[in-house]
Design a protein around this ligand. Structure first.
Ligand code: GLN
Length: 450
């Protein structure tokens, strides 16, 4: 009841929720009360969560913040959310996001931008929460849920977490099932939590993760009790500092934050080692080939026949065209155009195949660092703090893509990445650090992140 009231009070100004499900929430909460009274509490019993609009929730609004999915209510539940409900969690509603998870500021949503609860000192200007999981980050930061599900294809969990002073982890590719999560770029997409603390994120991921026969890329590996590794010392661990992340024009505040992080780990008894990830500079261009290519294929299914919006026409080709023209926003159309271009005959080898080769090199860079004994890699999470809503409206789209410069490598290599709040910039806005780990070694990230 307290969370439902808080959402009613704050959501008109934050726009974090696109659908609130108070009846469902209270029913689930009552069932949890009964469980607790009977001494049968499950790991997340009664914990109220917000769900990114990308996860299919049975009978409940699921539109990936897109006009083209108007009115779509799936007849099935995503594996990740089903896992959370099976562990006793309570659903508060669906959270706003960039349309089809494409964006870094939550300004591409059909429902309008999400507002961060943060403000620069002495200013009332509205700040973006980051994206694409901006609704998740804003809701967690503003206490409109105890934790939220999110997804990360190129940074969409870690960048909004860094922008809002929350904790977010993109698990290893395959840790969580992608079944029932609206697909953006299938070889990069991973679900993960955004939470207020490292411990909360660890508890949530334990419930979200599972092997799933409905997703053949989900990993058949035991899911450790992540909470247990929290509190263990970092003494003797090797923390790698990749020199290629010292990008040109890095703001001094980010440089200082990173150095602060290095000092903290050194003081805590970790060994700091310089490492090289030589193919880092190719990650962003390669990502913006691979991700749109997969997106253009995944989004071909929205044709006015099977889901949501249909613009009625006598001719079926007309109907496809008018539906897609009306249903997709500008950024989604841009991705489809780029994707179909790089996949087309004559360009496929030059762009798509080449980007896949670059991807292998990026993965190999990380493997070599881990083979040399590095336990975790420390980098800034973002190249800046959050910017104002509308500040990038007239910028070249590539300016927005640069937000992902520290996060996309992790998706390209399929590794786990954790963003933790690490301080404030000179105007009082949050900044985050990123920890990158070995495949399926989320435990070490939780331990080091805490
Ligand atoms: N900002 C990146 C993009 O627009 C990443 C988005 C994501 O991780 N879903 O593609």
């Amino acid at each position: 009841e307290a969370y439902v009231a808080a959402i009613e009070a704050a959501n008109p100004s934050l726009n974090a929720y696109v659908a609130v499900t108070p009846d469902k929430a209270l029913d689930m909460a009552r069932a949890s009360d009964a469980r607790i009274a009977a001494g049968e509490a499950r790991p997340l019993e009664g914990v109220p969560l917000g769900i990114k609009d990308l996860f299919a929730t049975e009978g409940v609004h699921t539109q990936a913040a897109s006009h083209i999915l108007d009115g779509f209510k799936p007849g099935y539940e995503s594996t990740v959310t089903a896992n959370l409900w099976a562990d006793g969690a309570v659903m508060l509603g669906k959270l706003n996001m960039d349309e089809f998870a494409m964006g870094s500021s939550n300004e591409t949503s059909y429902y309008g931008p999400v507002v961060s609860p943060w403000r620069s000192e002495g200013s009332n200007a509205k700040i973006v929460p980051g994206g694409s999981s901006g609704g998740s980050a804003s809701a967690v930061a503003a206490h409109l849920c105890a934790g939220a599900t999110a997804t990360d294809t190129g940074g969409s969990i870690r960048q909004p977490a860094a922008f809002t002073g929350t904790v977010g982890i993109k698990p290893t590719y395959g840790r969580c099932s992608r079944w029932g999560t609206v697909a953006f770029a299938s070889s990069l997409d991973q679900a993960g939590p955004i939470a207020r603390t490292v411990r909360d994120a660890a508890i949530m991921l334990k419930s979200m993760a599972s092997v799933d026969p409905k997703d053949t890329t989900s990993a058949d590996l035991p899911v450790p009790d992540y909470e247990q590794s929290i509190g263990e010392t970092v003494k003797g661990l090797k923390i790698g500092i990749p020199r290629e992340y010292r990008v040109e024009g890095m703001p001094e505040e980010i440089e200082k934050l990173w150095q602060q992080g290095i000092d903290w780990y050194r003081q805590a008894g970790a060994e700091i080692v310089d490492i090289s990830l030589p193919h880092t500079k190719y990650a962003l261009p390669a990502y913006y080939i691979v991700a749109p290519a997969e997106a253009s294929s995944n989004l071909a299914r929205y044709d006015g026949v099977r889901y949501g919006l249909r613009v009625e026409c006598d001719d079926i080709i007309d109907m496809y065209e008018k539906t897609r023209a009306a249903g997709f926003g500008r950024e989604v159309k841009r991705r489809i155009l780029i994707g179909t271009y790089v996949l087309s005959a004559g360009y496929y080898d030059a762009y798509y195949v080449r980007a896949q080769k670059v991807r292998t090199l990026i993965k190999r860079d990380f493997e070599l660092a881990f083979e040399a004994g590095v336990d975790a890699i420390l980098t800034p999470a973002t190249p800046s703090s959050a910017f104002g809503i509308g500040a990038m409206a007239d910028a070249d789209p590539v300016e927005m893509y640069l937000n992902d410069i520290f996060t996309v490598t992790v998706n390209m290599a399929g590794l786990p990445g954790l963003a933790v709040p690490a301080g404030l910039d000179s105007s009082g806005l949050p900044l985050g650090l990123q920890l990158i780990g070995r495949p399926f070694d989320e435990q070490t990230l939780f331990r080091v992140g805490q």
